[in-house]
Design a protein around this ligand. Structure first.
Ligand code: NAD
Length: 294
């Protein structure tokens, strides 16, 4: 069997088009322009690229983008003051503080200072609590993107065996919660899991979010399983340059899986699209209106 490729690039392009249509309806019918504020502290090169891409995508969708670039030496107090200002700014519907923050700043203090209604990354404890208890959470973007692709591929997932490898607060745990909410039988595997091949081998759905190149071997995958590879790992090439690989041994997994996301071009492009989606969701909830059907 050769797996069907789940094309995250194409999926995210369609999702972004739908979001742009929603934004048009919000403007025309409700006189609302969703606004996303992105705060970056310091010069981390990867973060700079992420923030630039978020800014471009936000504007392309017809939303307002407010960028706040702060120097590395910004104090926690000053950052908290900016978050408070954005919490109170009616033009700002979503706030994202780019992680990681410099070491002298307490990340969870900053994240939990964001108004939960504007927390479009979905990292606030109120949003993780709402997700865990089946409420109207804002769901972290990467697991939300994975869920949308899984639903598109599989439809009803009730009763399927799912394994999530990785238990981080931003990917693994919310992903497991989302799959549980879809009535999957969910296993969370992590660095202490015994017999990972056996755990992976019984899963109909595999979501790998570890951050180790090709740690999930292709021959572990159950025949016909759906595989979502969240990992982004840079590995050196013979010519001194580097390439990006996922957490799954793609060339072998493709022979066993029913469907699989490539890296790059799978989960990655969905994350920004879901950030825009969350900004529309937040805007509509703040205004007390339904999200436009497009
Ligand atoms: P993290 O380092 O916070 O968590 C990694 C998890 O992997 C941990 O829970 C750990 O228990 C588990 N783990 C480590 N070694 C293991 C092993 N040998 N066997 C089984 N489990 C093991 O990472 P994260 O922030 O959750 O990110 C995971 C990966 O996803 C990274 O490669 C990251 O770059 C990528 N990522 C991609 C996107 C995207 O948009 N595509 C977004 C976020 C993260």
């Amino acid at each position: 069997m050769t797996a069907e490729l789940i094309d995250g690039k194409a999926f995210s392009a369609t999702l972004k088009q739908d979001i742009a249509k929603q934004v048009t309806v919000l403007k025309e019918k409700h006189n609302l322009i969703p606004g996303l504020a992105v705060v970056i502290v310091g010069e981390d090169p990867a973060s700079q690229i992420y923030v630039r891409n978020k800014n471009i995508s936000t504007k392309e969708a017809g939303m307002n983008s407010f960028e706040h670039r702060l120097p590395e030496e910004t104090t926690e107090e000053d950052l908290l003051a900016l978050v408070e200002k954005l919490n109170n700014d009616p033009a700002v519907n979503g706030i994202l503080v780019q992680l990681p923050l410099p070491k002298h700043i307490n990340e969870s203090a900053v994240i939990n200072a964001i108004s939960p209604a504007k927390d479009v990354d979905g990292f606030h404890v109120i949003n993780s609590g709402l997700l865990a208890t089946g409420g109207d959470a804002i769901v972290p973007c990467t697991p939300l993107g994975c869920l949308l692709m899984l639903k598109d591929k599989l439809g009803n997932m009730s009763g399927l065996d799912a394994v999530v490898i990785g238990r981080s607060n931003i990917v693994g745990k919310p992903m497991a919660q989302l799959l549980l909410n879809e009535s999957c039988t969910v296993t969370i595997a992590h660095s202490r899991t015994r017999n990972l091949p056996e755990v992976v081998g019984r899963a109909d759905i595999v979501v790998a979010a570890v951050g180790r190149p090709e740690i999930i071997k292709g021959d572990w995958i159950k025949e016909g399983a759906t595989v979502i590879d969240v990992g982004i790992n840079r590995v050196p090439k013979d010519d001194g340059k580097s390439r990006i690989v996922g957490d799954v041994e793609f060339d072998e997994a493709v022979k066993k899986a029913g469907a699989i996301t490539p890296v790059p071009g799978g989960v990655g492009p969905m994350t920004i699209a879901c950030l825009l989606k969350n900004t529309v969701t937040a805007t509509c909830r703040q205004a007390g209106i339904d999200e436009p059907d497009v």
